[in-house]
Design a protein around this ligand. Structure first.
Ligand SMILES: Cc1cc2nc3c(=O)[nH]c(=O)nc-3n(C[C@H](O)[C@H](O)[C@H](O)COP(=O)(O)OP(=O)(O)OC[C@H]3O[C@@H](n4cnc5c(N)ncnc54)[C@H](O)[C@@H]3O)c2cc1C
Ligand SMILES: NC(=O)c1ccc[n+]([C@@H]2O[C@H](COP(=O)([O-])OP(=O)(O)OC[C@H]3O[C@@H](n4cnc5c(N)ncnc54)[C@H](OP(=O)(O)O)[C@@H]3O)[C@@H](O)[C@H]2O)c1
Length: 599
């Protein structure tokens, strides 16, 4: 997406969410009157509550969408919602709590647990009547709560798939970073696991009571595979109506735990591709199974499902479905360069010729699949140079982390590709790779970048790639202006000085030497010790002679510790600025962007 997207395209993108919500809500309501294909058709037993449940779920989605839209259009709302309640990181969660995050959490919890208000009375009277009919009322509270907790799962299940998707509509419309969306996905997924566990355990306690009874009369009144039916009714309806328990059990006992375990950071980082494919394949299976399990699951999954399928269709149509020629090169000193075709960079945007000349976003990510290295793996890289009509986008990468076993390490994608290129090192010639698929550019919406007067980029190691792009983009626009009004400082921490010997860096350094308002500082940690992130941020934002005037934007990319250090420093500085403790300074606002790669 270019910076200057056409108004028609903006309007189209922005109307997707309201149109989707209205259509899905209408469809869900409509389906409650149509023939039902789930094993347990909730609306047949509790039509009124099922429709209230749908109405409240779509109210929840609409209210979240309105809140996120308010963040986009109103800067005070955005600032208020991203205010951190404390500089401390919440243990386990690994994030700082923001006002907006807390509010969303409480809001979702209110709708989820609030559903007890309409489900408990309905389920209770239904199951009490069933229990009395069987002359077995004492265990009916267990099945009542099974139903109630099942409806918590409806809500969490519907929400959990909304934030996923490579070209996430939520990300584009509401300017949310991929890591924020995936964080929401993780919190919802863990909550769903707990709710599903509670739901399953309560039902298990009911089945245990049913198994222990000796009266065949009571047993005939409930079939464990679908307790809404008696044995006689189940016989008439056929085996399809018995799927409620098996579908729930397969999803809850087999698939969801495997998805959760393989996604735990410790395993995900060791074998990302196992995690990714298990997640995609099992998620598809779970969606089918829970839709068979109970009808409300499907009604709640609808919007997320449509977004997910649209995302896949977009990916296949725009990238995965065609191969293009890219060039891979050993760029020296541990660096490798992938040059994407210039024409492709423009064409894949699907824009008109006029739009082609628009300034591309300086922050973009491409995903690359090279069948000659691996058929299935798709690896993300931040563009080190943005492509436009005359120059192609460039990706720079280094080999991934060392492994204990050399054999295992050599199978890793970056190592395998690096080794292929290293063979031709003597000739220093670029290797053409005739067959590669690439997705992108995926561009986060970062309005603060465009509004900033002064930019500080603190990057570590391979994190330089995004900063190169931003610096070149910024130089083209502002390098001739006085440093008091516009300035750019790039601090790059690297282990060895040799790492800085790469063409793209040297070109930028040469460009910056000619610009009075741009600085490039290389910090070599092996000889100078660890970079003090707090000092860097404070030094840039804090008051000093010839102080900066206007808004500051900080970009950080690098190892996890560096990201955390810079973010903490920004939170502290921002708090001091908002409390007016920086009276000597001229900085009127501070925003920051953490380019997190560990998804
Ligand atoms: C948004 C983003 C931008 C990136 N930009 C750059 C860049 O500009 N330059 C650069 O050198 N590196 C970049 N990386 C890192 C690069 O993608 C990984 O180094 C590469 O995928 C490692 O693959 P591997 O199989 O060789 O290593 P592995 O040893 O398998 O993995 C090393 C690390 O990369 C993660 N990883 C592996 N495969 C993937 C994948 N398909 N998707 C996401 N993460 C994965 C693993 O979880 C692990 O933490 C970026 C990563 C992300 C998410
Ligand atoms: N945006 C991102 O999320 C991002 C960007 C780049 C890399 N990474 C990830 O980080 C890992 C290592 O990447 P790499 O090999 O490129 O980097 P690296 O060579 O391990 O480190 C680069 C520099 O960052 C410094 N650094 C590390 N932690 C720091 C901290 N807490 N405070 C200040 N400086 C710190 C290092 O200093 P010391 O020598 O003192 O450690 C070094 O100078 C990889 O897993 C990579 O994927 C993530």
């Amino acid at each position: 997406m270019a910076v200057h997207t056409s108004p028609a395209r903006n309007l189209l993108t922005n109307s997707i969410i309201p149109v989707l919500l209205i259509l899905c809500a209408a469809l869900s309501f409509g389906l409650t009157f149509a023939p039902c294909y789930s094993s347990l058709c909730v609306e047949k037993f509790w039509p009124y509550q099922a429709r209230i449940h749908i109405a409240l779920y779509y109210t929840l989605l609409a209210s979240i969408a309105l809140f996120l839209a308010a963040r986009v259009v109103s800067k005070p709302v955005r600032q208020w919602s991203s205010t951190h309640l404390s500089t401390a990181i919440v243990p386990l969660v690994g994030k700082r709590l923001s006002v907006g995050g807390l509010l969303l959490f409480v809001w979702v919890a209110a709708f989820t647990f609030g559903s007890i208000g309409y489900w408990y009375p309905a389920e209770n009277s239904y199951w009490t009547a069933r229990g009395e009919k069987a002359n077995w009322p004492q265990y009916m509270y267990r099945i009542t709560w099974t139903g109630v907790t099942g409806h918590w799962c409806d809500i969490l299940m519907g929400l959990v798939i909304l934030p996923v998707g490579r070209q996430s509509i939520l990300g584009q419309v509401f300017g949310l970073h991929v890591s924020t969306l995936l964080f929401a996905h993780k919190v919802l997924a863990y909550s769903l696991c707990i709710a599903a566990l509670v739901h399953g355990l309560i039902y298990y306690s009911f089945v245990a009571a049913w198994v222990s009874i000796v009266s065949t009369n009571i047993m005939y009144q409930f079939i464990p595979d679908n307790p809404t039916l008696t044995w006689r009714e189940a016989g008439v309806k056929g085996p399809y109506s018995w799927f409620t328990l098996p579908t729930g059990a397969i999803s809850g006992i087999v698939l969801i735990p495997i998805m959760v375990i393989t996604s735990l950071p410790v395993l995900r980082r060791i074998n990302y591709n196992t995690f990714y494919y298990i997640h995609v394949v099992f998620a598809t299976a779970v969606i089918v199974l829970v839709s068979l399990h109970a009808s409300t699951s499907f009604y709640f999954l609808l919007p997320g499902l449509i977004l997910w399928l649209a995302d896949w269709a977009w990916r296949v149509r725009n990238a995965l479905g065609r191969k293009v020629e890219v060039r891979v090169q050993n760029a020296g000193n541990g660096w490798y360069r992938i040059t994407l075709p210039a024409k492709e960079a423009e064409l894949e945007k699907g824009d008109s010729a006029a739009n082609m000349e628009a300034t591309p976003d300086p922050l973009s990510t491409y995903y690359v699949n090279m069948p000659s290295v691996s058929r299935l793996q798709i690896h993300p890289f931040t563009a080190a140079a943005i492509g436009h009509s005359s120059s192609p986008p460039v990706l720079l990468f280094q080999k991934g982390p060392e492994r204990k076993k050399a054999k295992q390490r050599d199978r890793e994608w970056t190592w395998k590709l690096g080794a292929l290129v290293d063979v031709n090192k003597e000739e220093a010639a670029p290797i053409p790779y005739p067959k590669a698929r690439f997705e992108g550019p995926y561009t986060p919406k970062v309005p603060d970048l465009y509004a900033a007067d002064h930019i500080l980029a603190v990057v570590g190691g391979t994190g330089i790639t995004g900063a190169l792009c931003i610096a070149n983009w910024w130089a083209a626009k502002y390098s001739s202006l006085p440093a008091q009004t516009k300035s750019f400082r790039l601090v790059w921490t690297i282990r060895d000085r040799a790492t800085a010997q790469v063409e793209e860096v040297q070109q930028l350094q040469a460009l910056m030497r000619g610009a009075a308002n741009m600085e490039f500082h290389v910090h070599v940690s092996s000889s100078e010790g660890r970079l003090d992130a707090e000092e860097e941020v404070r030094g840039f934002v804090g008051p000093k002679e010839g102080a900066r005037q206007g808004r500051v934007w900080v970009y950080v990319s690098g190892p996890e510790g560096l990201l955390a250090g810079v973010e903490t420093a920004c939170v502290k500085e921002e708090k001091e600025l908002s409390r007016g403790e920086r009276s000597g300074g001229m900085v009127s606002g501070l925003e920051w962007y953490v380019a997190r790669w560990s998804l």
